[in-house]
Design a protein around this ligand. Structure first.
Ligand code: 5GP
Ligand code: MG
Length: 171
């Protein structure tokens, strides 16, 4: 198994889309200070770029969730790292690498909703809607893709390939 030679989504295309998402989020949060909740590890690269494309004051928090063992969804989701400070009354924007079955994201959203935020929104770089089991939808989507297993720009296969600048299909 290795990443396709040709990217599915190039680093340039990602950069252009991140700028557009940053513009949209800056407009939507014009009168609200946001707290970006980065879902580790996959969301790390996307969140770092997106944060710099949003021209609004923000704070960063991190959660760590995993549901995947290699290429296979185990169904079980654990939220291992949780925000350190109370987020009641905050405007939360969850930043995910990919929305697949929806189990991971729903678990994270439920945990954050229990903290009584003022608002809760979701931004995902990639969306694979055909794979959805739990009906989650994102407020901001970078790219909608078919049912490929992809790596790069934060996304891994057994912890490899996160560092690739573009997104590739694993073949
Ligand atoms: P879900 O809970 O939505 O099924 O899975 C979401 C998580 O599974 C993502 O955050 C990601 O870690 C992993 N995942 C789902 N699809 C892919 C994929 O195509 N490539 C990689 N590398 N991870 C994926
Ligand atoms: Mg993930």
């Amino acid at each position: 198994m290795r990443p396709s030679e040709r990217p599915l989504i190039t680093a340039d295309a990602i950069a252009r889309r991140v700028t557009e998402l940053g513009d949209a989020i800056s407009t939507d949060y014009a009168d609200r200070d946001l707290v970006m909740v980065v879902v580790l590890k996959g969301g790390l690269f996307f969140a770092a770029d997106l944060a710099r494309a949003i021209r609004r004051p923000m704070a960063l928090e991190y959660v760590r969730a995993r549901s995947y063992d290699g290429q296979r969804s185990t169904g079980a989701v654990e939220v291992a790292v949780v925000p350190e400070r109370p987020l009641a009354g905050a405007h939360l924007l969850v930043v995910e690498d990919i929305l697949d079955t929806g189990r991971t994201t729903q678990t994270v959203l439920d945990m954050l909703a229990d903290m009584s935020p003022a608002s809760l929104a979701l931004c995902t770089l990639l969306d694979k809607p055909v794979r959805r089991i739990v009906p989650v939808s994102a407020n901001y989507v970078g790219f909608t893709i078919d049912d490929f297993f992809v790596v790069g720009y934060g996304l891994d296969f057994n912890e490899r390939y996160r560092e690739l600048p573009s997104i590739h299909v694993l073949e």
